[in-house]
Design a protein. Structure first.
Ligand code: SRM
Ligand code: SF4
Length: 527
């Protein structure tokens, strides 16, 4: 706690956590299954269970979402099958869906939807047996840790992030058993480890970001700290002026989490992210406290980091560093998957690849290790040819969307379905020279990362013709990869039914979109 904090009252979540550590709810799952969701204590149901990865969705009362942890976004095909089985067996239709589904998230992760509390003990068991975990994936915990999606297969990679991210997760979650010591943070905490030249994990918007950098000929990481998005507060991480070798990745994170845990504010929840501690103390004191916790001084940052590429989206066929092998990036519209597709993806990864499926922060998939000799047959598989293609349209290709009102009670607008429909209409009217990254997010929490997009949309409400309607604030100019920086708000409260025209105008004016002939002809005829 900070000194000012000591005079302030603990916030309500802190008061509840102090009564019972929510990780201990693991022992009560069987009982919850017996008494049913309505009889479970309100705090336990709406907040506590998130420590185990189960999120009650008040939009669909009685149904839970399961947020996994998938370090570095890597799953085996067997694990993908287990998750597909869970969706098929336990997830029932809700929202716009008549069947359960899974969504790929902006943290290279999966969320499964539509399960009942009665099935949670079984599901928990199945995850454990498959070497999977969902512990500490919500609330005051470190979120899924992101790493380069092509770690170990990228011919140009600098550092293979797979082991580092796995070790970070193991330290933080007590090898997936749940770690009481690091799961009562003042607030959420995000970690990203970049291993390539294009910072494909948006390290700059994390509480702790690792960027590859050489120091005296040795490859390690420069550190960024304090990045976060919260309503009306969108803050890029700042350099800590520290360089560490790869073997310090885990101890450094552990020390930082302890410093934050012991000193971060626990009063007003809006002021509890780590950047507030940094602002309160100043960067120098924060660095010194970190050194004290680590037990040795930190080396100053390397003069420059190695992020000097534009960001890749990994879609399509790419040669791996292993001769004769390719990784194939598949486009998943708005990141949504159904059980049959998940089974099929697992089969494809098994039959054509090395039995691995990877996820990206753009809510897409990668199948690694497809040999040259099998590539053509793989690309002709119906799922790849017709659904998760390697050559999507330019806008669809780079579309990202948060969950929105279909399942999220914070949402001011519907996002995923609207985004897809709008993008398809714009694709049919415009020719675009390159992908334009349009990110949708249903409320100012900004889970869809609109501030890093070429065009970002943040859900809000507006008044139109005397009525309250769904609307969006529009952001533009987010830059990713080399020289990453956040965009800026350019328009406020554009009603959703006017968005198509507004986006069309922005795409033509700023992104070299050209109206296509059919659209021009149609407009002229109608006009
Ligand atoms: Fe998020 C809360 C979904 C990435 C900032 N986020 C939520 C909740 C849990 C609210 C809730 O209980 O309904 C949403 C669950 C909706 C649902 O049913 O899916 C939710 N956040 C998501 C996901 C699924 C969006 C997506 O469609 O991909 C992402 C899951 C990531 C994961 O796998 O763990 C997701 N959320 C983010 C990001 C992006 C990122 O991490 O790079 C951010 C901004 C970055 C950041 O956190 O600094 C983000 N989510 C928030 C916030 C605002 C945090 C704050 O400090 O104020 C909230 C609200 C909160 O925590 O109080 C929130
Ligand atoms: Fe829900 Fe808002 Fe996050 Fe979208 S941005 S998932 S609406 S909390």
């Amino acid at each position: 706690m900070t000194s000012t904090d000591k005079k302030l009252k603990l916030n309500k979540i802190e008061q509840s956590k102090a009564k019972k550590h929510p990780l201990l709810l693991k022992q009560e799952l069987e009982q919850f299954a017996q008494i049913g969701w309505e009889a479970v204590d309100d705090f336990d149901r709406e907040y506590g269970l998130k420590w185990l990865g189960f999120f009650h969705r008040t939009v669909t009362p009685g149904k839970f979402m399961l947020r996994m942890r998938i370090p570095n976004g890597i799953l085996t095909s067997t694990q993908m099958c287990v998750l597909a089985e869970i969706v098929q067996r336990y997830c029932q239709g809700s929202g716009f869906q008549d069947r359960g589904n899974a969504d790929i998230t902006t943290r290279q992760n999966l969320q499964l939807r539509g399960m009942r509390i009665e099935d949670i003990p079984d599901i928990f068991d199945r995850l454990l047996k498959a070497g999977l975990t969902s512990v500490q994936s919500g609330m005051d915990n470190v979120r899924n840790i992101t790493g380069s999606p092509v770690a170990g297969i990228d011919a140009d990679e600098l550092i293979d992030t797979r082991g580092l991210v796995r070790n970070l997760q193991d330290m933080i979650t007590g090898n997936s058993q749940g770690n009481l010591a690091l799961s009562n943070l003042p607030r959420k905490f995000n970690i990203a480890v970049a291993g390539g030249r294009d910072n494909s994990v948006h390290a700059e918007i994390n509480d702790l970001g690792y960027l590859p950098a050489y120091k005296e000929g040795k490859l390690g990481f420069n550190l960024l700290v304090g990045g976060y998005f919260a309503p009306n507060n969108y803050v890029a991480a700042i350099p800590l002026n520290a360089w560490i070798p790869p073997e310090e990745v885990v101890p450094l994170a552990e020390a930082m989490l302890i410093v934050y845990n012991e000193n971060g504010s626990r009063a007003k929840r809006q002021k509890c992210r780590m950047m507030h501690l940094i602002e309160d103390w100043g960067l120098e004191k924060f660095r010194t406290e970190l050194e004290n916790q680590l037990g040795h001084p930190l080396e100053p940052a390397a003069e420059k980091d190695e992020i000097d590429w534009e960001k890749r989206d990994h879609i399509g066929v790419h040669k791996q560093k292993q001769p004769g092998l390719n990784y194939v990036g598949l486009h998943v519209p708005i990141g949504r998957l159904y059980a049959d597709e998940m089974f099929e993806l697992a089969r494809l990864a098994e039959v054509y690849g090395g039995g691995e499926v990877r996820l990206t922060v753009e809510q897409n998939l990668i199948i690694p290790d497809v040999p040259d000799t099998r590539l053509e047959t793989f690309l002709n598989e119906p799922l790849v040819k017709e659904r998760f293609t390697t050559a999507p349209e330019q806008l669809n290709r780079a579309l990202v969307s948060c969950t929105g009102s279909e399942f999220c009670s914070y949402a001011m607008i519907e996002t995923k379905n609207r985004a897809l429909k709008l993008i398809q209409e714009l694709e049919s009217e415009l020719n675009l020279p390159r992908p334009i990254r349009i990110h949708w997010t249903g409320c100012p929490n900004s889970c869809g990362q609109p501030q890093v997009a070429d065009i970002g949309l943040i859900g809000t409400k507006a008044r139109k013709d005397g009525e309250t309607v769904e609307a969006a604030d529009i952001w533009m100019g987010g830059k990713v990869g080399k020289d990453a920086h956040l965009g800026e708000e350019i328009m406020k409260k554009v009603p959703c039914d006017e968005l198509k025209d507004v986006l069309r105008g922005l795409l033509i004016e700023h992104f070299e979109a050209q109206p296509n002939r059919e659209a021009v002809r149609e407009k002229t005829t109608v006009g």
